[in-house]
Ligand binder design. Sequence first.
Ligand SMILES: [Ca+2]
Ligand SMILES: [Ca+2]
Ligand SMILES: [Ca+2]
Length: 228
Amino acid sequence: MVKIAAARTAAAALLLLLALPAAPAHAAPACTVNGAPAPGPDITGTDGADTIVCAALEAADTVDARGGDDTISLTGTVAGHVLAGDGADHITLEQGARLTETGDIDGQAADDAIDLRGTVLGTVRGGQDRDLILLFRTADTGPDSVIRGARGPDVVLVDGAVTVRGLVEGFDDADFIDINGTVAPTGRIHGDAGDDVLHVHDNQGEVDGGEGVDECVVDEGPAAVNCP
Ligand SMILES: [Ca+2]
Ligand SMILES: [Ca+2]
Ligand SMILES: [Ca+2]
């Protein structure tokens, strides 16, 4: 009898458990660092090579990958700050992701690769040294977007399917900027200081070599200025 009673009690407890509403799901942490959940606002890597994945970053959130050759993947809405730190880092704004007007990505020191496959409404900087910034065919830009090679001789390549609506600039040193698509009326392509090489396929905006002895080719639309 005792055993039956115990079994009944256990069954009742089980039923009670089943009847309870499911515990509220934990909000998924916005990021993982080397596979471990990393809630904001400060998402910090190590001095070694880290893999950081973020589905969302609020305006107050900052990712700092620190030293080492880090891999950073941004898959959703990014309104905060992404700093790759020292080292040759690889940062990807994935297809369907969105860097908002308050969001920024900075490769910082060393030769970084930044792949832009989503929508860029904020600021992307290569930081110091020789950076490679690619805008793939799924990328888009807004009138306030800024894509800046920054210090060091940088390369910015833009797919023919992309319309540049904001600023693309090399900043210091001899930069190579190749826009195979369209520069909208709000778009500006600036070589800035240094001997730059600029190519724009369809220019409806502004192409400006800036200081230095630049080489500019514009296939369609107004010719470049400050470019002999
Ligand atoms: Ca790191
Ligand atoms: Ca780094
Ligand atoms: Ca850099």
